[in-house]
Design a protein around this ligand. Structure first.
Ligand SMILES: C[S@@+](CC[C@H](N)C(=O)[O-])C[C@H]1O[C@@H](n2cnc3c(N)ncnc32)[C@H](O)[C@@H]1O
Length: 277
């Protein structure tokens, strides 16, 4: 075992009980401290001791700070996003929405116009713009801090000329029809347990959706159908146990959503199509 591999094993032990993924966290923090990619670290562990910066990074993680905030970035779909306090850290579950859109537009030129409601650090809009190089779109969020990350991410990814970001509340004031509407609203029920460090570090306004977690679907349901162009798709993220309740809220507004499952087989999104004839 090299010195770095020994340091990784020690760090993973120190994070056991603090994190659900202690070994992965240790590797990401070590790669960050060594200014290298994690793959590189694992394939070609350098013959050095852990650099000085590693211990403070490990300590921050031990106090519950999310790895993505410590290293300042998180991979999502085919892009990497800069994140930090004030912006929700992208979750792999949300890739279900992009996968559903890829399936929907397969064999076509893809969506021309995209709307991302509650864009956070630009997560869904920027992944979709990267996926469809001729598309352009708008990301809306009620958090100025999140929008700062979104704009910086668009610049860094070379997508700023196709991405506009706007402070606002869901689709209020938006009249344009779009081919693809993406939305991952806050849907955690108030007081529900979350993973270690989540409630302490990530913005409450990005997580909680009222007493039953459904408050934002109540606001969104009447707004969405009018925004989808013929042949278009809306993909709205839901909590794994919310498919029936959230679908009923949309059905009450005249649209019939179809649940889409994530890679673990749990309902993760509602898909809505209108104006097809
Ligand atoms: C669950 S996060 C999703 C972030 C990102 N789209 C993603 O998928 O990782 C929800 C986002 O919705 C935003 N939000 C909450 N209420 C909103 C509202 N009324 N209008 C617009 N955005 C809102 C939050 O600030 C947060 O960025």
């Amino acid at each position: 075992m090299t010195r770095i591999q020994r340091a990784l094993a020690d760090a993973a032990r120190a994070l056991t009980g603090v994190s659900d993924t202690p070994r992965l966290d240790a590797e990401l923090l070590m790669a960050h401290a060594l200014r290298m990619e994690r793959d590189q670290l694992l394939l070609w562990p350098p013959a050095v001791t852990a650099p000085e910066e590693f211990a403070p990074l490990l300590e921050r993680r031990r106090s519950g700070e999310p790895v993505a905030y410590i290293v300042g970035r998180r991979a999502f779909w085919n892009i990497e996003l800069e994140v930090g306090p004030g912006a929700l850290i992208p979750r792999p579950d949300s890739e279900t929405l992009i996968a559903a859109a890829v399936e929907h537009f397969e064999g076509t030129a893809g969506p021309a116009r995209i709307l991302d409601l509650g864009t956070g650090p630009g997560t869904l809009l920027l992944a979709a713009l990267d996926q469809w190089p001729r598309a352009s779109g708008l990301g809306v969020d009620s958090s100025p801090a999140a929008l700062n990350y979104a704009r910086a991410n668009a610049e860094r990814l070379g997508l700023a000329n196709r991405a506009e970001f706007r402070l606002g509340s869901w689709a209020e004031g938006i009249t344009e029809e779009v081919d693809l509407l993406l939305c991952n609203p806050p849907y955690v029920a108030a007081g529900a347990p979350l993973g270690p460090g989540v409630a302490e570090h990530e913005p409450a306004g990005a997580l909680f959706g009222g007493p039953d977690g459904l408050d934002e679907y109540r606001r969104l349901a009447p707004q969405i159908a009018r925004l989808i162009a013929r042949g278009g798709l809306a993909a709205v993220e839901i909590g794994a146990d919310q498919a029936a309740a959230a679908a009923a809220l949309f059905a009450a507004c005249g649209v019939l959503p179809v649940p889409k499952r994530d890679l673990a087989g749990r309902p993760r999104a509602l898909l809505i199509q209108v104006n097809q004839q």
